[in-house]
Design a protein around this ligand. Structure first.
Ligand code: SF4
Length: 394
C-alpha cells in the first residue's frame, strides 16, 4: 500500500487537496464540456508528464502543507491501469507531505472489473466515484454514455465485491424526455446498493456540446423549470427517507460520509490541480490574498512541457475571496459563519445585505442568527439567485 492514512493533528485550514485531471474518455457524452480527448495512444506519455509536473513541486511552498485529500477526476481516470496509478501515487508520496483521509478515483461503469478494483484498493485508493448517471437504457443512449444498464448494475455489485464500502454515485436528472417515473426507478435501483454518498446534477445545456447544438437547432427542447424542480424535490425527499441527507445543493450523504475533497473546495482550502485543464487555488503565506490559475487545456502541449502550463493566473483580494466563500458556503447546508467571514476575510455584511437577509428569512428561504447564515431547503432550490442578490446588494 502506497498511502497510509495517518491523520495528523494539524489545523484544518493548513491542509490542502490535490486534484489530478485524467483527460481521456472513450467517447464524448452529449452534454459534457469538460476537457478530454478520445484518442488514447498517449496515455503513458501523459502519465510520465504528470509525474514530472508532480515532481516539479518538490521542496516548494506548496509541499509544506499536508495533503488531506487526493482526487483523480476527468475525463475518465478508470481508463488508466493499476500500474499507472501506482506510478502516479508513488510520485505523490515522494513529493508531498501526506495526511490523506480520502483518496478518490472517478470511474465509469464499463471500465471496472473486480480484479481492477481490488488492485486500486491495494494501492490505498479508498473511495470510488461511479459515473452511473442513470440506469435507463434510452437515457444512457440519449446522453451518449459508453455504458449500458447492465454495466451500471454490475459496476455497483463489483464495488461491493471489492470491498469499496466508501463510494459515491453520480445521477443526472432533468433530462429532456426523462419522466418522473424513470427518475424514481433510477433512485430506487441506486438505493438497493446502499450508497453512502450520491451526487445528483441537473442536466445543464452547455453551448459547445452536441446537446447544446441540438437545443439551439430546436431538435431537442430543454425541460421546463417546473419539471426540473419536481425532479429535484423527489431526489431530496426520497434520499432523506433513506437516511441520505442533502448537505450541498447537488450532494447527499449518510452522516459521516460527506466528501472531504469537495468540502475543501467549498470551505476555501488550498488545492492544487495537476494535469491539463486542472484548476488551482492557493492562499499566500500571510493569507491576505490568494492565487488562482489553471493549466492549459491541451494534452499535446502538456506532454511536451508539463511544468509550464499555467494560464489565467489571477490574484484574488480578500473581498473577492469573501464573496466567493459566500457563494460556495451558501450552497451547503452548513452555511457560513459571520465570525469566519470577519476573521479570514475581514468581511462584514452591510446594512443593506442584512436587510435583504431579514426579508428572505421572512419568506422562508434563509435562516440566520447572530453568528451564521444558511439557506433553508426551499432556499437551496434557488441558491444561485439568492447568493447573487446578496452579493450585489452590498
Ligand atoms: S465520461 Fe465524463 S468526462 Fe468523459 S465525456 Fe462523458 S461526462 Fe465528459
Amino acid at each position: 500500500m502506497i498511502f497510509e492514512y495517518c491523520v495528523l493533528n494539524i489545523e484544518y485550514f493548513k491542509m490542502s487537496g490535490l486534484y489530478l485531471h485524467i483527460p481521456f474518455c472513450k467517447q464524448a457524452c452529449s452534454y459534457c464540456d469538460f476537457y478530454f480527448v478520445t484518442r488514447h495512444h498517449q496515455k503513458q506519455d501523459f502519465v510520465d508528464a504528470l509525474i514530472k509536473e508532480i515532481e516539479s513541486y518538490r521542496n516548494s511552498r506548496i509541499t509544506k502543507e499536508p495533503i488531506k485529500s487526493v482526487y483523480f477526476g476527468g475525463g475518465t481516470p478508470s481508463l488508466l491501469n493499476a500500474n499507472q496509478f501506482e506510478q502516479i501515487l508513488e510520485a505523490i508520496a515522494k513529493t508531498f507531505k501526506l495526511a490523506v483521509e480520502e483518496l478518490t478515483v472517478e470511474m465509469n461503469p464499463d471500465d471496472v472489473k473486480p480484479g481492477y478494483l481490488g488492485d486500486l484498493k491495494s494501492l490505498g485508493i479508498n473511495r470510488a466515484s461511479m459515473g452511473v448517471q442513470s440506469f435507463d437504457e434510452s437515457l444512457l443512449a440519449f446522453m451518449h454514455r459508453a455504458h449500458n444498464r447492465a454495466e451500471a448494475l454490475k459496476s455497483l455489485e463489483y464495488l461491493s465485491t471489492a470491498g469499496f464500502d466508501n463510494f459515491t454515485v453520480d445521477l443526472i436528472y432533468g433530462n429532456p424526455g426523462q419522466s418522473l417515473e424513470v427518475l424514481e426507478s433510477d433512485i430506487e435501483t441506486l438505493l438497493s446498493f446502499n450508497p453512502p454518498h450520491i451526487s445528483a446534477y441537473s442536466l445543464t445545456v452547455e453551448p459547445h456540446t452536441r446537446l447544446g447544438k441540438q437545443v439551439e437547432l430546436g431538435r431537442i427542447i430543454a425541460p421546463e423549470d417546473d419539471q426540473v424542480a419536481t425532479h429535484f424535490d423527489t431526489i431530496v425527499s426520497r434520499l432523506a427517507d433513506a437516511g441520505i441527507h442533502q448537505y450541498e445543493v447537488s450532494n447527499y450523504a449518510k452522516p459521516g460520509h460527506e466528501a472531504v475533497h469537495n468540502s475543501a473546495y467549498w470551505s476555501h482550502q488550498n488545492y492544487l490541480g495537476l494535469g491539463p485543464a486542472a484548476h488551482s487555488l492557493w492562499w499566500e503565506a500571510d493569507r491576505a490574498q490568494a492565487q488562482r490559475w489553471r493549466n492549459e487545456s491541451d494534452l499535446k502541449s502538456y506532454i511536451n512541457d508539463p511544468i509550464n502550463q499555467k494560464v489565467e493566473i489571477e490574484t484574488l483580494n480578500l473581498t473577492s475571496l469573501a464573496e466567493e466563500r459566500l457563494m460556495l458556503g451558501l450552497r451547503t447546508k452548513q452555511g457560513v459563519s459571520f465570525s469566519e467571514l470577519q476573521s479570514r476575510y475581514q468581511y462584514l455584511l452591510s446594512e443593506k445585505q442584512r436587510d435583504y437577509l431579514n426579508k428572505r428569512q421572512v419568506d422562508g428561504f434563509v435562516m440566520h442568527n447572530e453568528d451564521s447564515i444558511a439557506l433553508t431547503p426551499d432556499g437551496l432550490k434557488i441558491a444561485d439567485s439568492i447568493i447573487l442578490d446578496l452579493i450585489t446588494s452590498a
